[in-house]
Ligand binder design. Structure first.
Ligand SMILES: [Zn+2]
Length: 522
């Protein structure tokens, strides 16, 4: 078997590797690149091989940086199956349809901007009048673009038209190719080729895939692909697997992630007490707690921990709003797979007949009308909304209404990439706190308008869904796998290289592949 590395190679996003054995061409993940807009947009429009020649896809988990280019693959005539675990199969439709919706609105917005500047140049009126007139043609209301008018005017004037990378229809088409399987059962994925999924502990449905090839001459070779590996002892999900079945233990090539290959997280044990402190501080001031969070995984963890805290009594039980239709759907998916929960979850909730993701004070908001009413709510509450890095979505509106008041708290619980609104809020607030909150409050731009950042900003890093350096090494040393060779992927280059050095010292043979490089598993 050979593996060629195409994405998530010396970088975090765009996970994609091609496994070849005899006539089998199996793609491991088919993820989207995220980051600098222009650069990733171009990379996301291509699949670096002919999708018709691929036999099947193995999908490690549903996150978009592992699954997001699947609709494009199917649009380009991929005919095989997309093999994943049952929970991934249940969650994927919500994530791909959401991604398609984002692709479509991004393309619409770029087309709107092209046309707007074209019309602006054409018209010979005063500036304000021009702007108003152009908006009235191209927009239905303050927030909605008039798509049909924009498309026809772009064609009529021969302007550059940007097509979305894929549409909701493409995403729907791709869903027909998915097949969900249970953990720890070998699945035939090609000629003389099987795959067995083991729990990766990263997100509901995440899997470590053990892929075995039986040669015609009786030789066997095995590749293990970790996908993303979770943390140990976190609530809800079981820990990453350390005990593999005897027949799956001999690994010729292990492909492992390294997002935090050279960094350490706060201990999981301190999560709850830190969270309680933030709640007490905010409620004592009569304020509201705003938590930007990814809809899949992080939101459910927050609900779980809040449920635990509220069950303990002693804490004021303010209403908790989950303001995200995507998160509501994905929370339902979580509820359908109790067999994937760890013992602690069974012990704390299920044995008492409680659903971990539902309690009296929690309310899921879906309509825009209810969401708008909530933004203007002055009574102290908790709101969890996406996007996790505050780049889009309903969280922006909650920030708009609450960021100006020092009684409120913005709690960040996830990774904030450089240059996102989330990271700016963290940086500006840190500077302001350093000055003892003296002088003018810093200003942040939300939906093109400036707001003073007077709310308190707190961070809890222990929620991370990725193993840190210690936990990755724990997996390598404490799992019962017998590993011949390791390829390190899914990390910024410096993280992957530093991680390679650390594990070389542990006696492993290690490679950090370059894009396009092929490694054989023998
Ligand atoms: Zn992931």
């Amino acid at each position: 078997m050979n593996v060629t590395f195409y994405g998530g190679t010396r970088e975090v996003t765009g996970s994609m590797h091609l496994l070849s054995a005899e006539t089998n061409r199996i793609l491991l993940d088919c993820g989207m690149f995220q980051g600098r807009r222009k650069e990733s947009e171009q990379k996301n429009r291509t699949i670096p091989m002919d999708p018709q020649l691929l036999t099947n896809v193995i999908l490690s988990h549903a996150h978009i940086d592992h699954s997001g280019r699947i609709p494009l693959l199917v649009k380009n005539k991929f005919k095989g199956s997309i093999i994943c675990t049952r929970p991934t199969n249940a969650a994927i439709k919500y994530l791909l349809l959401d991604s398609a919706h984002i692709q479509e609105s991004d393309a619409n917005y770029i087309n709107y901007k092209t046309l707007r500047s074209f019309l602006y140049e054409m018209k010979n009126q005063n500036k304000k009048k021009k702007n108003e007139e152009i908006k009235s043609i191209l927009k239905k209301d303050r927030y909605e673009l008039n798509k049909d008018v924009i498309n026809s005017l772009i064609k009529k004037n021969n302007l550059e038209y940007i097509k979305p990378i894929y549409t909701e229809e493409d995403a729907n088409d791709s869903l027909k190719h998915f097949e969900g399987y249970p953990y720890e059962h070998p699945i035939t994925i090609g000629n003389n080729l099987t795959c067995t999924f083991y729990e990766a502990g990263h997100i509901l449905g995440s899997a470590i895939s053990i892929i075995k090839h039986n040669n015609k001459d009786g030789k066997r070779s095995t590749i293990a692909f970790t996908g993303d590996i979770g943390r140990f002892n976190k609530p809800i999900l079981k820990d990453p697997t350390l005990i593999f079945k005897e027949e799956d233990r001999d690994i010729d090539l292990l492909i492992i992630e390294s997002t935090y290959g050279n960094r350490y997280h706060e201990p999981v044990a301190e999560l709850k007490s830190e969270f309680k402190k933030v709640l007490t501080d905010t409620f004592n001031k009569g304020g509201t707690l705003i938590i930007p969070a990814f809809a899949y995984g992080r939101t459910q963890e927050l609900i779980y921990v809040l449920h635990e805290i509220y069950n303990e009594n002693g804490m004021e039980k303010k209403p908790v709003y989950i303001d995200s239709p995507l998160a509501s759907n994905l929370t339902k998916v979580f509820g359908e797979y109790p067999e994937t929960y760890d013992e602690e979850t069974h012990h704390t909730f299920l044995e008492h007949g409680e659903n971990p993701f539902y309690f009296n004070q929690v309310e899921f908001i879906s309509s825009v009308k209810d969401s708008m009413a909530l933004m203007q709510e002055d009574k102290s509450h908790i709101v969890i909304a996406s996007s996790g890095m505050c780049e889009a979505g309903r969280i922006l509106h909650h920030l708009r209404y609450k960021i100006h008041s020092p009684k409120n708290t913005i709690l960040t619980v996830g990774f904030m990439a450089k240059n996102t609104l989330g990271s700016k809020i963290q940086e500006l607030s840190a500077e302001y706190e350093k000055k003892g909150r003296k002088g003018e409050a810093p200003e942040v731009k939300i939906l093109n308008k400036l707001y003073p950042l007077k709310a308190k900003v707190s961070t809890i890093s222990g929620f991370s869904a990725h193993a840190d350096k210690n936990e990755l090494i724990k997996f390598l040393k404490e799992s019962n796998l017998r590993i011949k060779k390791i390829a390190i992927v899914h990390g910024e280059e410096e993280q992957s290289l530093a991680f390679a050095e650390s594990i070389k010292n542990e006696g492993f043979e290690v490679i950090v592949p370059n894009v396009g490089e092929t490694i054989s598993a023998v």
